[in-house]
Every structure is written in C-alpha cells, then in structure tokens.
Design a protein. Structure first.
Length: 107
C-alpha cells in the first residue's frame, strides 16, 4: 500500500445533489451533497463558472476531508471540493478519469 504523501486526506465522493447558493457572498457558489462511501457530507464550492448544477449531480469529485467544518451563509461545509484554476482563474473540478469506488483515498 502506498502511503499518503499529503498533509490532508483526500477522498473520492459522488455528488448526489447540487443547488445554486445565491445566499453566499462569493459569486457562482453551489451547495453539494456528496457520498463518500462510508458517510455523506456537504460542501460549498465556487464551481458554477465552469459547471452547471445539473452537470455536477452524479459526478465523482475529490474532497479534502480533514480541514474542519465552516458555516457559509447558514450552510455547513464539511469538506473542500478540490479544483484547479481554469484559464480564467476560476475553479475547475478535479475528477477521476474513470469511475472508482466512493471513499477511495488519493495517494
């Protein structure tokens, strides 16, 4: 087994539900409900620059799971959904190339 070289745990999860998050101060935010295999979590993410709510549902995503919880406009965000900047500097999701089991660890 390969050891995790990161200082944070990153797991694969599947977005079960997504909604626009107009109450948030930052633009293009969404609320995500994610299945990590052994647990279900929530995430607030600024993904609507490059992704639609409908496109996010059913998509597998990578989540940093041990950064703590933050409350954003009344919504508890329990994990950080991992993205990288697109050409415009706005977040683009990092996703597995192929379907993998939910809860799998990045190593």
């Amino acid at each position: 087994m390969v050891e995790n070289p990161f200082n944070v745990t990153i797991k694969v999860g599947e977005v079960k539900r997504a909604e626009e998050f107009s109450e948030a101060r930052k633009p293009n935010m969404c609320k995500l409900w994610i299945d990590l295999g052994s647990e279900n979590v929530q995430s607030a993410a600024q993904l609507l620059y490059h992704h639609s709510v409908g496109e996010l549902e059913g998509k597998q995503v990578l989540c940093a799971t041990d950064l703590g919880e933050v409350n954003i406009a009344g919504f508890d965000s329990q994990v950080l959904t991992v993205g990288v900047p697109g050409e415009d500097g706005n977040p683009v999701l990092v996703t597995p190339e192929k379907k993998v089991p939910n809860g799998g660890l990045l190593y």
